[in-house]
Design a binder for this molecule. Structure first.
Ligand SMILES: NC(=O)c1ccc[n+]([C@@H]2O[C@H](COP(=O)([O-])OP(=O)(O)OC[C@H]3O[C@@H](n4cnc5c(N)ncnc54)[C@H](O)[C@@H]3O)[C@@H](O)[C@H]2O)c1
Length: 369
């Protein structure tokens, strides 16, 4: 992900009239091969395997930290203590406790901190948000959102840190994909208070890359059947986070159905934005979106398709704009509170699965009639 960030900063000039110049100047990685890749980035002045050297560099204002989840808390806290602002990676700490500690430290030290989740910066999700806020949908009946991968379907894919609980966390796939799924719902105020979780371990061992096999002990797939209160109505919200979803490669989707309308978008069909109307007949209407709907226009023409690199760049632009107080009413990156809220959901999902029952999220109390 460090390379993705470097690539976005490397074409910052593509943003039309963006008010802030940004340059990648320092990089830390323990892996010499990874580090040497950054030699081709002209603006980089410091390449180091010692992150303390990077943090001591007074010219660095913001640090993007893309590390295995077991390292998030320790490194994020050091970045904040060094006086830097932070663009954190999800899941913002390996567990709820870490996420709260990061949020509280950022507040105490007054640092600007946001967490990564780039998919909602595509034009499609932005149109979904507008449609929901327009009121066209009427009373919301149900919400479905998800993020689906399938490369783990291949049992010969070697193990890595993301497939081992001690590095990736007890929450497994929820830590990997869950923040992406919850970003838009949480921003729309749909904070679930109940969850019934179905968690699956499907492939339990993988090649260790040294000729043997290693235990793969993380949750591969999570289906969270949650409930949210919207205008005092109890609304089911299904959240899917799957590493083994046959046929899906980085498919992010959201669907909201209501009494007078509906809206859906999936990255599987990147341009297609769907709205539902019931006017005598029931109609799903497809609108082809181009690049026009991005929040920060670039040199790319309105008819062209946006992709992963574009939404990642849009997310970085939103981070920088918000840090400078220039975001206005545009959509911003995940806040520390939203990241913590996502952990409350994942934490409750673990409890739900362990007890095979409905779990409350946070301080929610079930009222019995
Ligand atoms: N936003 C997204 O779409 C997205 C996608 C993938 C991963 N991620 C997140 O990014 C983070 C990193 O994931 P990744 O896929 O880039 O992992 P990765 O394993 O590809 O990269 C991690 C890098 O960290 C380096 N590293 C490990 N320990 C280090 C240390 N102590 N000091 C310096 N460098 C160290 C490794 O050498 C490696 O190059 C995770 O939090 C992950 O959830 C986000």
């Amino acid at each position: 992900m460090g390379k993705e960030a470097a690539s976005a900063f490397g074409r910052w000039f593509a943003l039309n009239d963006f008010p802030v110049q940004v340059a990648l100047t320092a990089v830390c990685d323990l892996n010499a091969d990874v580090l040497s890749w950054y030699k081709s980035v002209d603006t980089v002045k410091l390449l180091t395997t010692d992150y303390k050297e990077l943090l001591a560099d007074k010219s660095v204002d913001v640090v993007y930290v893309a590390l295995p989840h077991n390292l998030h808390k320790e490194y994020y806290l050091e970045v904040l203590a060094a006086g830097k602002d932070l663009l954190a990676e999800k899941p913002f700490g390996i567990d709820l406790e870490s996420a709260i500690a990061i949020m509280e430290t950022a507040e105490k030290l007054g640092r600007f901190v946001r967490c990564s989740s780039e998919m909602p910066f595509l034009p499609g999700p932005q149109r979904v948000i507008k449609e929901v806020l327009s009121g066209n949908i009427g009373q919301i009946i149900e919400i479905k959102a998800g993020f689906l991968h399938s490369s783990d379907l291949d049992p010969t894919k070697p193990i890595n840190w993301k497939r081992q609980t001690k590095f990736c966390g007890e929450i497994g796939v929820m830590g990997d994909l869950g923040m992406h799924v919850l970003h838009v719902p949480l921003r729309l105020g749909w904070k679930p208070h109940l969850v019934y979780a179905q968690l699956q371990k499907i492939i339990n061992e993988r090649p260790d890359g040294k000729g043997g096999m290693a235990v793969c002990d993380t949750w591969n797939n999570a289906t969270l059947n949650t409930e949210v209160l919207i205008s005092d109505q109890q609304v089911p919200m299904t959240l899917e986070m799957k590493r083994i979803a046959p046929g899906e490669t980085n498919t992010w989707y959201i669907e909201v159905l209501g009494t007078t309308g509906g809206v859906k978008y999936s990255t599987k069909d990147t341009k297609a934005f769907w709205t539902f109307k019931c006017e005598g007949e029931q109609l799903w209407q497809r609108t082809d979106l181009g690049f026009k709907g991005v929040q920060f226009p670039t040199v790319t023409g309105g008819i062209f398709e946006p992709g992963f690199a574009d939404c990642f760049m849009q997310m970085l632009a939103a981070y920088i704009a918000e840090r400078e107080g220039l975001l206005g009413d545009k959509f911003g990156c995940v806040t520390p509170q939203e990241a913590v809220d996502s952990h409350y959901v994942f934490n409750a999902a673990l409890k739900s699965y362990a007890s095979q029952s409905l779990a409350t999220i946070g301080n929610y109390q079930i009222e019995m009639a």
